[in-house]
Write a protein that binds this ligand. Structure first.
Ligand code: C5P
Length: 284
């Protein structure tokens, strides 16, 4: 049995941190959006035992530390299925440790594929619950689109789709560790907040410019490393006509949204000379 699927990256249209919970995680209120930038995943299940993973990025762990392996184990534990050797092949396009949810997208894609290969017919909610046990952004990535994500990422509300727009994604040449960035959060010191309710209203009305005006990510005020470079990329995106430019997740990737392809192309041309991990994509 063999099946392939695409694991789509996400951007955070807004990201607010509400509180630090007693379990050490932070409760968030974030609007997430899938974009047409994806990893390709193929899974082959044959009679036997064990999980094997191949990726085209040498420094991604190929053992139990890999989120796709953890997810596969969680799926088999939940379903009680045994007697299969599972071979996972991942072709990475989504930058790693970037705030684009690449690992979470892969995990969610693994769940969708295994659910089909093994004809288990688990509901989206069940896949989200299994996904939540391996990573906070995995539940969103199970079906993606445009969603409000709350709590640790397990409380999801479907939203009207973001009006179609072009998205230029640019990762500076350094990575930020999510746990490290979260460890710097002091909720009482957060000065600026996104207008989440305003964005929700603008989504209802389908007004892209109104969404763009209200986009904000509280992590932009929390990170210390690479701030100047992040601001420079945002400046380039805005100078080339982005309606808004924002850091995604816990960073450091920056994206700009555009209502016209030629402006997005200009921004992309300006950035890709300096940044290897730069993409011109769109909302899906
Ligand atoms: O769930 P995930 O593995 O993506 O989280 C990585 C780390 O980020 C957690 O160990 C935690 O330190 C932090 N985190 C958090 N609150 C969240 C999500 C992540 O504090 N809602």
């Amino acid at each position: 049995m063999i099946l392939s699927d695409k694991a789509y990256a996400k951007i955070n249209i807004s990201l607010d941190i509400i509180e630090k919970m007693s379990n050490g995680y932070h409760s968030l209120k974030t609007i997430m959006q899938s974009i047409n930038l994806y990893d390709d995943i193929t899974i082959k299940c044959t009679k036997g035992a064990g999980i094997k993973i191949n990726t085209d990025v040498p420094y991604i762990p190929d053992d139990e530390r890999n989120i796709a392996v953890k997810t596969t184990k969680a799926f088999y534990e939940y379903t009680g299925i045994t007697g299969y050797h599972t071979n996972i092949k991942i072709s990475k396009n989504i930058p790693i440790c970037a705030g684009l949810g690449g690992g979470s997208a892969d995990a969610a894609c693994v769940l969708r594929i295994l659910n089909i290969l093994h004809k288990t017919e688990l509901s989206t909610k069940t896949l989200e619950d299994i996904g939540a046990s391996v990573g906070s952004d995995v539940p969103f990535c199970v079906s993606g689109g445009t969603k409000l994500s709350e709590g640790r990422g397990e409380i999801l509300t479907d939203l009207p789709s973001t009006p179609h727009c072009y998205v230029v994604v640019c990762k500076p040449p350094f990575s930020l560790s999510t746990p490290e960035v979260f460890s710097k959060v002091d909720v009482k010191k957060i000065r600026m907040k996104p207008d989440t309710d305003g964005i929700l209203k603008a989504l209802e009305l389908g007004e892209l410019k109104s969404i763009a005006r209200r986009m904000y990510n509280v992590f932009e005020d929390i990170i210390t490393r690479g701030k100047i470079e992040i601001e420079t990329i945002k400046g380039t995106l805005l100078d080339n006509g982005a309606l808004s430019a924002l850091m995604t997740g816990s960073g450091p990737t920056v994206y700009g949204i555009f209502d016209e392809i030629n402006k997005a192309q200009n921004a992309y041309s300006h950035l890709r000379g300096s940044y290897k991990e730069c993409f011109l994509t769109e909302t899906i």
